[in-house]
Design a protein around this ligand. Sequence first.
Ligand code: ADP
Length: 484
Amino acid sequence: MISLKDPSLFTQQAYVGGEWVDAPDGKTAEVTNPATGEVLGTVPVLGRDEVAHAIDVAEKAQKLWKKRTAKERAGILMKWYDLMMENQDDLAALMTAEQGKPLTEAKGEIAYGSSFLQWFAEEAKRVYGDVIPTFAEGRRVMVLKEPIGVCAAITPWNFPTAMITRKAAPALAVGCAMVVKPAMETPYSALAMAILAERAGLPKGLLSIVTGDAPVIGAEMTENAKVRKLTFTGSTAIGRLLMRQCSDTVKKVSLELGGNAPFIVCEDADIDAAVEGAIASKYRNAGQTCVCANRLFVHDAIYDEFAEKYAAKVAKMTVGNGADEGVVIGPLITEKAVEKVESQIADAVAKGGRILTGGKRHEKGGSFFQPTVIADATREMTVFREETFGPMAPLIRFKTDDEVLEMANDSEFGLASYFYSRDINRIWKLAEGLESGIVGVNTGIISTEVAPFGGVKQSGVGREGSKYGVEDYLEVKYVCMGGV
Ligand code: ADP
C-alpha cells in the first residue's frame, strides 16, 4: 500500500462529469508498482457511454465557464496550484509507486506539472484580441479570441502529472472544458489531481478523468462531434491513428509524439559539462522521456576521452526502487519496455557495437535494467532509427559539422536535439541546422513551463507551455461590423 499523509488523495474511482464513479458493470483493472510488482489497487474500466456522459456534462459546464472572467478562472487555477504544492510529497509518493521514477524526480515533476497551472492562470488574463485597420469606409474589423470548447486529452505514463496539467491548465484557463484519459499504468496521479481541482473549487463537469480501455475511450473521444479538440502525448503510431480518427469530425489536434534526439558533442566542447548534460538527458526517468538523448554523436578528436568519462559515471548510477534513498534509476515501466532495450542492444552488438558498461537486465530482477553505454554505434543499428525509451546510450563518431548535421537530421522525428560547443559560429550553424522543435545548447535539460515544447516532422503538431501553448486552445473569430 502507499502510505500518504493525506490518504484521501488515493482513490480507486474515476471522475466523470463531476461525480466519483465505478464502472456500471463493476469492471476494474489493476494498477501495479513496477518496482515491486505489488498490486496497488484497481480503477474502473468505463465504457463509451460514460465517456459520452462526461463529454455531455463538459459541454454544459463549458458554456458557463467561458463566461466567467479570466481572473475568476485564474483564481481557481492558482488555488489548485497551491494545493498541488502543499501536497507535493503525497503526490510524488503516489507517482513513484505507480510509475517507478525516483522520489526526487517525482517531486520535481509535481513542481514542474503544477507550474503549468500557475503559468496559464497568469497567461490567460492576457489573451488579447485585435482591432485591425479597416478595409472600407463604414466598416470595422475586429478579432476575438475564444475558447475552442470541449477538449479531450489522452496522456502517457512517463509523466503522469505534467502531461495532464500541460494540457488541462491552458484549456481550463482560457475557458475550455477537458475530459482526460490517463494511461492505465498511472491513473492514480491523475485522479489525485482531480481531487485537488475539486477542492480548489473547479466547477463540476469541467474536468473528467476517465479510466478504461484505450481504444474504446479513444473511439468516443475522437468520434464524438461535441469534442472540438483532441490533445495527445504518446507514441507516433497511436498519434497517427488518432489524427486519422479525428478527421471525420474535423477536430483540431495537438500531438506530442516520439523523438529520436541527437546529442552532439563537438571537439571544442567542455567535455565534463557535456558528460553531465548527456547523463541528465539520457537517464532521466530511466531513459523514458520523449526528449531523452537517443543518439550521442561525439567528435572523433574527443571520442575516447568522452566515452571513458561518460561510461565511468554511468557505471556508478544507483538502480533500484524509486522510493529508496539514493536511487537515480528506477525500473522500466513494463517487461515489454525491457525487451525493447534488450533487442536494441542485441542488434547493436551484432553490428559491431562495444558495450562499455551495462548491457543486461539488472540483478534486482523485474523490470530493472543496467544503465548502458555502447561505443562504435553506427547508422545501420536499430537504435539510430527507433526511440529506445530506456537507459541505453549509443556513441556514434563524427568528423565534421556537416556530417553530424546530416546524420542528426536523418530521422522521421524532430522533437529535441542537443549539442555542446563553445564556438559561436558553430552554435548558430547547429542551432539553425537541426531539424527539431527544441534545441538544447550546452544543456541537457530543457523542459520549463515558460518555453514552447513540441516537435516538427513526425514528432507532432502544436506547442505546449509558454504563450504559444495558450493559442492551441483558442479559436480566432473575425467580427466585421458594417454601417458604422
Ligand atoms: P506507450 O507505448 O509509451 O504507452 P502509447 O502511445 O501506446 O505509448 O500510449 C499513450 C497513451 O495513448 C496512453 O494513454 C494509452 O492508453 C493511449 N492509447 C494507446 N492506444 C490507444 C488507442 N488505440 N486509442 C486511444 N488511445 C490509445
